[in-house]
Design a protein around this ligand. Structure first.
Ligand code: C2E
Ligand code: MG
Ligand code: MG
Length: 384
């Protein structure tokens, strides 16, 4: 049962500075809202049936910014904060923030004095980043850089991984770690990933004879794989650019595949088209044998965190041995990420690993530089 309050003319419902906690709906009668301004009471508003007052208290725990006094006999229904709070907390985060921020501005306006800034800047920054990123995708601010993937035995570039960069007019060149997680959260990774896929295929086609035996690896997020039309988008992109399916390698991490049946279905559809599938950052998540066997991956990419461990005695090295053995047993390929030193290159070779990428061989390059490398006959690398 909603609680009701009855007031006589001149009764205060609450006074400026009182603790908040509930709002009120006027059922009948009139109330005057007044606040102290430089020592004088100023009337701000008069409210009647059907209107709400004290609602700021539902959104934060600040004190009442004004007093409410009955002008005539009034009946009011009490609305407690707990119920509303629960609803707000269940709301989508951006909506929640907007609501709180709007209320904060309102409160500030009413008080005519600025409140100390609370813990919002990171969230405000997030919204700003999200808006800018949305514009960046449409406005052509994204770039694809390419990191060569090398074959140690054949001493040549086998393919390249397409890695997105954001050249923001205000932020400079932003690395993907600073915006991909946000893009994943807010769904922008879907249009972003579409751009990456198309751009990577277009670039491979543009390289023509310089890269006619190479493949391009494109990172895809779970959100993309979950889109019902994703496999269709992939096959359309391939036919439009003339890139054979076997030369497109899609990289996905296992996290989303474990939690989303839709993403797994998307992965299988991509497999049906004939593109190659790589399990990215292997060794960092569950890395379960059962999953590896159920998912249609052609190869695993061992996370770069393991590259350094290969040259140390201990568990890390044994884990790499196990991962290589596991992949071999299941008939899957292996790419080792993050090779930074000659010692790591040698360790990988000694363990039977053939394909890798890392700063030791080449950093990610803009397309123009990749073209130069290919045109000059390949990497001037220390193959050992
Ligand atoms: P990832 O797919 O594991 O990509 C490899 C990352 O390792 C790249 O960082 C690459 O520059 C870096 N790397 C390569 N060699 C070395 C090395 O020797 N040492 C070290 N320390 N790092 C090395 P980057 O470009 O910053 O990308 C980070 C992550 O962002 C990627 O990890 C991938 O998960 C994500 N990402 C990048 N581009 C895209 C994209 O187009 N779509 C999606 N969904 N994710 C992307
Ligand atoms: Mg990757
Ligand atoms: Mg990786």
């Amino acid at each position: 049962m909603a609680q009701q309050i009855h007031l006589q003319p001149g009764d205060y419902l609450f006074r400026q500075g009182d603790e908040g906690g509930s709002a009120f709906i006027v059922e009948s009668g009139r109330l005057r809202i007044a606040a102290q301004r430089r020592g004088q009471e100023v009337t701000l508003n008069e409210l009647g049936a059907g209107e709400m007052l004290g609602e700021l208290a539902l959104l934060d725990t600040g004190p009442r910014t004004a007093s409410a006094v009955a002008v005539t006999a009034c009946t009011l229904t009490v609305v407690t904060s707990s119920h509303i709070e629960e609803r707000i907390n269940r709301a989508e985060p951006v909506l929640r923030l907007l609501l709180k921020q709007a209320m904060r501005h309102l409160r500030r306006e009413i008080q005519d004095a600025s409140l100390p800034n609370e813990s919002t800047p990171p969230m405000i920054e997030r919204i700003r980043l999200e808006t800018e990123l949305g514009n960046a995708i449409e406005g052509g601010e994204l770039e694809l850089w390419y990191q060569p993937i090398v074959n140690l035995e054949r001493r040549c570039i086998a393919g390249f991984e397409a890695l997105v960069r954001w050249r923001s007019p205000t932020r400079g060149l932003v690395p993907p770690g600073d915006f991909i997680p946000l893009a994943e959260e807010c769904g922008l990774v879907v249009p972003l990933g579409e751009w990456v896929l198309k751009e990577a295929c277009r670039s491979l086609a543009d390289l023509g004879p310089l890269a006619d035996t190479h493949y391009v690896c494109v990172n895809v997020s779970g959100r993309q794989l979950e889109q019902p039309g994703f496999a269709r988008l992939v096959s359309d992109t391939l036919s439009r650019t003339g890139v054979p399916p076997s030369r497109l390698h899609l990289e996905a991490t296992e996290g989303v595949l474990i939690s989303s049946a839709q993403a797994r279905a998307g992965l299988h559809q991509c497999k049906d088209i004939g593109v190659m599938l790589l399990l990215d950052d292997f060794g960092t998540g569950y890395s379960s044998l059962a999953y590896l066997n159920q998912l249609p991956f052609d190869a695993i990419k061992i996370d770069r965190g393991f590259a350094a461990k290969m040259t140390e005695e201990g568990d890390g090295r044994q884990l790499v041995v196990a991962m290589l053995g596991l992949a071999r047993m299941l008939g899957r390929g292996v790419i080792m990420e993050g090779i930074e030193t000659a010692a790591q290159r040698d360790a990988l070779r000694a363990l039977g690993g053939e394909v890798c990428q890392g700063y030791f061989f080449c950093r990610p390059l803009p397309l123009r530089q990749l073209r130069e490398v290919l045109a000059s006959g390949g990497l001037q690398a220390d193959w050992g």
